[in-house]
Design a protein around this ligand. Structure first.
Ligand code: SAM
Length: 218
């Protein structure tokens, strides 16, 4: 059997127990996560843990986020299908795939070239043609392509970079972790005209957002 079709039972269980039972309601998010072969985005040696309830290492000291966090962040964006979305932190490309299934186009930035290249290879291999990749410091955003209908940041800074909030279009939603290096709040920002409203949707622990408007490189 082609490896894309493996683990369907584990995926179904992941969606039911880790997502549905914990309050994820967006049926489109649940449907795409029951289909996307998450095991292809993990290290070969960790494929057997791909559908577990945890983040996993992906090399370069980075992680693929826990399935629940991927679902909660995606649901928070209330995606309908027409959107152009900016993602900061391509990582393994798994979250990129989830969003790409739900919108018109995804612009994704990763600062570690090896991760960006690997994610690109996997996503193109799976047939995604609505993702544009960039290797750069994502704390600057992608000004040439702004405004975006939605922005997702998958690494944590003390404060959400102003440059990203500026690049959010009117009526747009941004989801990002913000807080200390070892613990953050998952924040949802909504822009209406000049007003930006903020709410917290839970605790989280992300790897650092490293760059000009994030944490300094060690
Ligand atoms: N969403 C990813 C997935 O599904 O695999 C997980 C992303 S991982 C938690 C965070 C990623 O953000 C890492 O790959 C890290 O290198 C990247 N990152 C950190 N700072 C960045 C920056 N300034 N610009 C772009 N990417 C950054």
């Amino acid at each position: 059997m082609n490896s894309i079709h493996l683990h369907a039972g584990q995926r179904r269980k992941m969606v039911e127990e880790q997502l549905g039972d914990r309050g994820i309601k967006d049926l489109r998010v649940l449907e795409v996560m029951s289909r996307i072969p998450r095991h292809l985005f993990t290290l070969d040696s960790l494929q057997h843990r791909a559908y577990g309830d945890t983040p996993l290492p992906i090399g370069e000291n980075q992680t693929i986020s826990q399935p629940y966090i991927v679902a909660a962040m995606t649901e928070a964006l209330k995606l309908k299908g027409h959107e152009r979305v900016l993602e900061i932190g391509t990582g393994s490309g798994y979250q990129t795939a989830v969003v790409a299934e739900l919108v018109a186009q995804v612009f994704t930035i990763e600062r570690i070239n090896a991760l960006s290249r690997k994610a690109q290879q996997i996503l193109e291999g799976l047939g995604y043609s609505n993702i544009v990749f960039k290797m750069f410091d994502g704390t600057y955003g992608w000004p040439d392509q702004a405004p975006f209908d939605a922005i997702m940041v998958t690494a944590a800074a003390k404060e959400i970079p102003e440059a990203l909030i500026k690049q959010l279009g009117d009526g747009g939603t941004l989801v990002a972790p913000a807080g200390d290096a070892d613990k953050q709040k998952l924040m949802v920002l909504t822009k209406k005209g000049d007003r930006v409203s903020k709410r917290e949707i839970g605790d989280c622990k992300f790897v650092p957002l490293v760059g000009k408007y994030g944490w300094p490189e060690k």
